[in-house]
Design a binder for this molecule. Structure first.
Ligand code: ZN
Ligand code: ZN
Length: 230
């Protein structure tokens, strides 16, 4: 019995060494959006999440970390999250997954929006795969479940890794705040409903990276976020 215990401990340690979940943040665009490289430190395989712009900085981070990028993920269609995706796809030769197709109208108007914000490199994005509730997104040996969370934009998705207890939140929920709902397709009541019925139930221990600012824990937001405290 003891021998078996030792073996399983070793297997457990082996597993931990074999997959090491890492996130590197690259703030991009004048909105300082949290573009992220998510990767396995051991295999050095990973993905880029929300390449809103400043593609040169993203490429520099990829070189610095030595990660082989397998795909690009997009949480929603706003320019600070998706504006650089088409250019990065071309440079890396990978596919784009996400967001939900309800954000197609935002992705198609990126050059126009870019002109308004002085982000002249923004291009139209047509994803290779639209994401829907319950879909799985694989990055290296990590698996993310897709959660549709409309309200900030109609096609916003949250990417949740159950094992790592971690989520890419997009602009749905922030540390101490929530996504703005005054942009095209925004809906405040829908956003609050998305957060309360789909995000909070993920668990208080879940750490999330929002599209802007610091990471937080779902339990902290449940307790103290002024938009969620009744
Ligand atoms: Zn946004
Ligand atoms: Zn944003």
């Amino acid at each position: 019995l003891q021998a078996t215990a030792v073996v399983s401990m070793q297997q457990c340690r082996y597993f931990l060494i074999m997959t090491q979940f890492r996130i590197a943040i690259v703030p991009v665009t004048p909105f300082q959006q949290n573009c992220a490289l998510v990767y396995d430190e051991t295999s050095k395989r990973g993905a880029v999440v929300d390449p809103g712009g400043d593609v040169a900085s993203i490429l520099e981070a990829i070189t610095k970390t030595g990660v082989t990028i397998e795909k690009i993920l997009i949480t929603h269609g706003h320019i600070d999250h998706a504006g650089g995706a088409a250019e990065l796809r071309e440079k890396l030769g990978v596919l784009i997954e996400g967001p939900h197709k309800d954000d197609d109208f935002l992705l198609q108007s990126l050059p126009k929006t870019g002109a308004q914000y002085g982000m002249l490199d923004a291009r139209v994005v047509t994803p290779d795969r639209w994401l829907s509730e319950g879909d799985k997104v694989e990055v290296a040996d990590f698996s993310f479940r897709v959660i549709e969370a409309p309200g900030h934009s109609p096609g916003s998705v949250v990417l949740f890794n159950e094992v790592q207890r971690f989520a890419f939140m997009g602009d749905v929920l922030f540390k101490g705040s929530i996504g703005r709902t005054d942009l095209r397709g925004g809906n405040h009541a829908q956003l609050i409903s998305s957060i309360k019925t789909k995000i909070l139930p993920l668990g208080d221990d879940v750490v999330f990276l929002p599209g802007h600012g610091a990471a937080s824990r779902i339990g902290d937001e449940r307790d103290s976020n002024p938009y969620l405290v009744d």
